[in-house]
Design a protein around this ligand. Structure first.
Ligand SMILES: [Zn+2]
Length: 138
């Protein structure tokens, strides 16, 4: 029991938030990957240009693929529609996985986008509506 509590503390500590305006200026940085964990909504609502898609309902099974896909990136920014449940949950699952596997992935920071995709779009920030998988960006 003690051990579980301590791990929870570590997880909670290692996740912080990034605002939409911070992400807007950082998103083209080559060391940043944006990870969209929305489920089916992604296909009808559009997405942040260049973001990867790992749906929350199958997220845990796809963690090894995600780690492959973000090779060379050190900062991962998670979001869902509002970034209240699915985004932070998946971010914590990844933190957990990395702590347990002790793999050297090069991932240093795991962040969650404040207010999620809906907040991003509501603030008039650019939304990509391409249908390529993965999104190739603008
Ligand atoms: Zn796109």
């Amino acid at each position: 029991m003690k051990r579980v509590e301590r791990r929870y503390e570590m997880m909670a500590r290692s996740i912080s938030y990034i605002t939409g305006s911070q992400l807007l200026s950082l998103r083209r940085h080559p060391s940043i990957a944006i990870v969209d964990v929305r489920d089916d909504e992604r296909s009808c609502d559009g997405h942040i240009s260049g973001s990867l898609h790992y749906a929350s309902d199958s997220f845990s099974d796809n963690i090894p693929n995600l780690i492959q896909a973000v090779k060379g990136k050190d900062t991962l920014v998670f979001h869902c529609a509002l970034s209240q449940v699915r985004g932070p949950t998946c971010a914590r699952r990844l933190v957990n996985y990395l702590e347990e596997s002790k793999e050297d992935t090069g991932i240093k920071k795991i962040l969650v986008l404040e207010r999620g995709f809906n907040g991003w779009e509501a603030s008039g920030r650019p939304v990509c509506r391409c249908t390529s998988i993965p999104c190739k960006g603008e």
